[in-house]
Design a protein around this ligand. Sequence first.
Ligand code: ADP
Ligand code: 5GP
Length: 197
Amino acid sequence: MLKSMQMKKGLLIIMSGPSGVGKGEIRKKVMEDESLKLWFSVSMTTRSIRPGEENGREYFFVSKEEFKKTLHEGGLLESNQYVNNYYGTPKAKVEEMREKGYNVMLEIDVNGAEQVMKTIGKENVVSIFILPPSMEELETRIRGRSTESEEIIQKRLAKARKELPFKKDYRYHVINDSLERCAEEIKSIIKKESQNL
Ligand code: ADP
Ligand code: 5GP
């Protein structure tokens, strides 16, 4: 019997960008394209679930104790504290899915991205930074989502201003002006990078 061709390992894609820039919406659009063979890494978080979110789909919503336990057992590829809550990427599945040939997408903040780039090597990560058309538009989007209190909105906006300079560490910069256009640009990046494997 012929030995089957060795499976190509999938890409590790990191998508970052300030809160409210549209990462969640972009990801949903991009994931609709099954030809990209994408697998979204569902993070763990201690923040409260928002209306419309589902445990296990957007995040695994866990208690602070459960989060810390997983962290101390070495179960996270990276983790960070972001505006009063913890976020982290469960490690085991990422490698497993890449080995199966899936292009794994992490939607994580700049601090987490820095950790992954250090561990795996910047050149081995397809890093994409999503930019808002303007800071005014970013504020409009965070407010339009109506999911956070005024205090948290202010903290997220302050965080966004600090995060933007980190775009220099990313291979690609994509502006989320129109959702459709932005999603198309990201799909083209993934297709191009898949061919480079
Ligand atoms: P993030 O995941 O980056 O925090 P979301 O995906 O929750 O952001 O988007 C924040 C808000 O902005 C949502 O209400 C979303 O519908 C809206 N939004 C996303 N992309 C666009 C766009 N291109 N134009 C206008 N509004 C957008
Ligand atoms: P949100 O609460 O708006 O869903 O996410 C807040 C921030 O946390 C965003 O910048 C998002 O990309 C980031 N984030 C989500 N999951 C993770 C994760 O697993 N690790 C890290 N470091 N950041 C994450």
